[in-house]
Design a protein around this ligand. Structure first.
Ligand code: TYD
Ligand code: MG
Length: 456
């Protein structure tokens, strides 16, 4: 007889307690505990590790170069060069961002190339999926659809069609029957993920799992799964805008810094081959805009940073940012105040990275600082110049990695000049770069090069 036991699980972070608590000790969320019943049988839903998994390292039959292209190059890039057999991949993102569309397109292409695929739709009927496939212009063989919410039924279907690639859409709507908790609860998601992990590894089925996340991360599911799966991809972007960015958050089979850029159209997602061109296509002219570079994985991308300042009316001045760290802006403002003599303490600062990209590289500092200075001075920065470099607390311009590839990307987009850290310029090896480079040591020098101060 299976013994039932109650545990209380925080739905925000997955923390477990024997008793209900008002506030989670794990993540400080209020009223996040939900009682979940665990039966002994729940454990046996996960098969024990088999002794035959013991092998010598040299006998492991794995060839990392053997990757299957999904037929969508941007997706392949983010996956680290294509699909690895038996990988479990979580695709997270806001509801409605395009996860189902992306994965249906991927299995459509894979099936077209002759791979058997199984698309499990636990949210939509097979008619709805068919309607979407028609809209996407997909009529591939051999692609099987299954509208089921029980993983046991999924297992039976899988055994029948023996797919190479499987999609579970979504983890919040499928469940293991042996577990009594509601579908979508933390223990269900955990058990379902463990089950899928086991299946994908044992049967060599590459499995995509869709997970919805809300802006506040209120649905714990994907967070709980992150450490269990091989790869975590997040699909981001403004639902109202056309652009979507697929970002690797974790990847056991490749770099976790790659991004793929897509455009959502009436007939599905289209890969954007040259993101820099796209991000710069609606460049603002006038004060407050600077072009910076960001190396995303293996690829440099050019982006526009916009800054706006207004007099701070109440209390502490605000630093509001979209796509950039606000703490870093506070720091850069302090440097501007002390090293360039601009009054930043009395100004609210707003920073926006155009195109919905998140800039996390220090090499963008110089552009951000100059964009702020440009809006304060009401002088536009030279439109043909890219700014590269990290800004230190004493106003020094510090080295950035991958200078050559950043400059090359700027050159290919028609820029005429790059302002770069002088330390990098001196260290630069290899063939001469085909773009005039101006090396700067300090913020003061950079301000002169950006025509924000007259030379002394
Ligand atoms: P969907 O893939 O259902 O999102 P998710 O699975 O992440 O919840 O995408 C939903 C949105 O995409 C919906 O608002 C309609 C839009 N869309 C298009 O603009 N073009 C298309 O070809 C498709 C299939 C969807
Ligand atoms: Mg969907």
């Amino acid at each position: 007889m299976a013994k039932a036991r109650s545990v209380y699980i925080c739905q925000a972070c997955g923390h477990q307690e024997a008793k209900w608590l008002g506030r989670c000790p794990g993540c400080s969320a209020w009223s996040s505990f939900v009682e979940e019943v665990v039966t002994r049988e729940a454990k046996s839903a996960v098969e024990p590790k088999r002794p035959e998994s013991l092998v010598r390292l040299k006998d492991v039959p794995f060839d990392g170069t053997q990757r299957q292209s999904t037929g969508i190059p941007e997706l392949d890039r983010v996956l680290g060069g294509g699909l690895v057999k038996g990988a479990l991949i979580l695709v997270g993102g806001d509801p409605g961002i395009g996860k189902s569309t992306l994965l249906l397109q991927a299995v459509g292409k894979l099936a077209h190339a002759g791979h058997t695929c199984l698309y499990v739709s636990a949210e939509e009927s097979v008619q709805q999926v068919k309607l979407r496939a028609d809209r996407l212009g997909l009529a591939p063989e051999p692609l099987y659809l299954l509208a089921e919410t029980s993983l046991e039924a999924v297992d039976r279907a899988r055994a029948e069609v023996n797919p190479t690639v499987m999609v579970i859409d979504s983890i919040q709507t499928v469940g293991v029957e042996a577990i009594e908790s509601a579908v979508g609860s933390v223990s269900q998601i955990r058990a379902a993920t463990q089950h899928l992990l086991d299946v994908s590894k044992r049967q060599g089925v590459t499995t995509f799992v869709v997970g919805h996340v809300t802006k506040e991360g209120a649905i714990a599911g994907p967070k709980v799964m992150e450490h269990m799966v091989d790869t975590v991809l997040y699909f981001e972007g403004e639902r109202t805008g056309p652009y979507r960015i697929l970002r690797a958050h974790k990847n056991r089979f490749g770099s976790a810094q790659e991004i793929g850029v897509f455009e959502m159209d009436s007939d599905g997602l289209r890969a954007v081959d040259n993101p820099s061109e796209l991000f710069l296509s609606q460049r603002a002219s006038g004060p407050g805009a600077a072009v910076v570079t960001s190396v995303e994985g293996s690829r440099p991308i050019l982006l526009e940073v916009q800054a706006l300042t207004t007099p701070a009316l109440y209390g502490a001045p605000r630093r509001v940012t979209v796509g950039f760290d606000s703490q870093r802006v506070a720091m850069l403002a302090a440097v501007l105040e002390r090293k360039a003599g601009l009054d930043m303490a009395g100004q609210d600062i707003y920073i926006n990275v155009a195109g919905g990209v998140r800039l996390s590289e220090p090499a963008a500092d110089l552009g951000v600082v100059l964009a702020i200075a440009s809006t304060v001075r009401q002088v536009a920065l030279p439109a043909d110049t890219v700014f590269i470099g990290e800004v230190g607390l004493s106003g020094e311009i510090r080295a950035s990695s991958y200078l050559a590839s950043r400059v090359q990307e700027a050159k290919s987009l028609g820029f005429a000049r790059a302002v770069v850290p002088r330390v990098d310029l001196e260290r630069l090896k290899g063939p001469p770069l085909d773009l005039p480079l101006v090396g700067v040591l300090t913020l003061e020098e950079a301000m002169v090069e950006a025509s924000l101060t007259r030379e002394r």
